[in-house]
Design a protein around this ligand. Sequence first.
Ligand SMILES: [Fe+2]
Ligand SMILES: [Fe+2]
Length: 696
Amino acid sequence: MFGGGRSADGSDGGLNRRTFLSGVVVVGAAVGLTGVAEGAVAAEPALAAPPAPPTGPPTTTIPLPTTTAPEQLWLTWGNDPATDVTVSWLSPGTVPMPAPTLTWSARPLSARNPGRSVQLPAPRPLDVTQRYPQASSVAFTDGLNAQTTYYYHVELRDLEPGTTYYYQVSDGATPAPSTTGASFTTAPAGRAKFRFSSYGDLATPSYDMNASGNQWHESCDNAYYAVSAIENPGDGHGAPLFHLLNGDLCYANLDIFNAPGVWRDFGVNVSRSAKNRPWMPALGNHETEFGTCDHAGRPGTAPGGIEAQGAAGNYWNGPYGYGHYLSRFLLPDNDVTNWDGNRLRGNFYAFQVGTVKFISLDADDVIYQDGASAYLNSAPNAANEVTSSGASIPNGTVTYNHGYTGDLKIVAANNSAVPDFSTGTPNLQCIWLERTLREAREDPSVDMIVVFMHQCAMSTSVPGNGSDLGIRRAWLPLFDKYEVDLVLSGHEHDYERSYPVRGHDAGQLGTVVSPNPDQTAGETVDTRRPHVATTTPVNLNGQQAWDTEQGTVFLVLGGGGTDGPSNVYGVDSATGLPKAKVITERNAISGSEATGFTRNAADSVEDAPWSAAINAGDAYGYAIFDVDPGQHRGDTTITFKYFAIPAVSDETGPLHTGTTTLPTTPFETFVFGRGISRQQHLKHDHGKKEVSARTA
Ligand SMILES: [Fe+2]
Ligand SMILES: [Fe+2]
């Protein structure tokens, strides 16, 4: 289809899901799962006698292995992807490796080529107030189940660009060390072609396809096939140089007795790809975990009650609840130290490959919706949630990281949010973002800017969370000012693409439909609706293309593999046009311990002319991006292909029907480039041959 209309695949995706979730989720039932129905599904006839599936997620703490053979190998870029790659790996469980070692070489490792080695120091507890050495071992103790897991990191620097390296990691056990390894390729130097990929909301495979054999709250076999797809994309043109993982990595916060076990199954699954190429994560709401720390990550004073609707008091798992995430990844350093003394390395960061600057943001800092660790029970006098470590979490406890890097203030003139210097603690992530964007646009080696984060500025999903005004206020003005080309997110477990947008439709108001206590149903509300720059694609050499100099294109890519698809999209029944939920302030949490607690959904709706494409047929899928720098500054184009992945329909049986053969034809293909509409006119005016490529 060559046209601007919102496209929807009407095919039946057969979103049959299991029924494990019903009535089980207590902690963590907040944002990510709201309203996603777990339909009762009749079991398909079994062809063989498969092992009986678990009846549901474990309700006790399952011991982790006590072996030390290295696993979960995971690569990330260092500060300069052309020369710096960080190798991370783990022990399977609660026993540290005796003498963890990394060996690497630009030639295959062998007896004749032993490579270079680095032995890691003894593990030290996660401490983000400190800079980490180039080789480090990190221990993190989960607050809710007291299991300590170990993470090993080596930052390889001064590598050669565009070069393949071979590496092995060893536990150093005597007399028989366990060793495993793989190879990777550094990013090319200068203007070069490369491929990257993206999705969020991956979760874990289900019991018979994950390492532990357990079934977790969001386990789904699509999580397995989504990783396979990155190693072998459907177009047959090979695996990407690296992958962007847009938050909600594994939903460990939903399994309060076994978060380290969930992270392990996730790590083992992703490692099938991440040991071969960097996987760069962004923080999502499900990386916010309950624990026994205060907000800054220091030991809290739990157990003890907290004020209802508070920000979880002392029930955080490490700094801001991100302890597992910050232990697992040693990401490019933003050199920002938070007001509480924590270094914010990895919370948000940037790197450049070829002519593209990539920026990973933590939207938890600016969104209005709350975090995904929440104990909200509507029953009166509900008992505290007591975990195997002895943590006792009272009903009404909710994580909320809004403003955790500093304060924001609303500017009424354009309904934006900016760092509030008057408090003495302005929002550091926003300050860093503006500086990073400004420097990128001033840098002659950067043509295009790709931002990836978790939550959505724009989504029309009905069972999902909706669009968040917090992102629109804090970041869309910056995306406009510095002409960010693409913004990738997850959070909604589906696919959606916007038209290029620039600025907002002042005076086009939304309507409050689910009022918080300070709102009235039916009143208007300024949702800062993004302004559509164009609905007409450019024909670029026969391919449909969007000029991202005219506006930023937002892609929701949340179909990694969770068990909660959300690809039902809002439509105004009177007009047939897209409609979106919008969260315009923090979701109210009502009640008391005596009466029980409930949480309000998205409060408002708006007409959504910005919604250009959805996929009602398949929730799952992955995006492939091929970057071509062209010949000169500003020539870069990115060819985008979105491939759907059918939902597995026989997860509890032996077949895993639906994804054993992944689609080879993209659901959508577009080219993104800057100034291409202008160039087209110029070329047309001069009658050059390129113009006549108006075929296709
Ligand atoms: Fe999610
Ligand atoms: Fe999410």
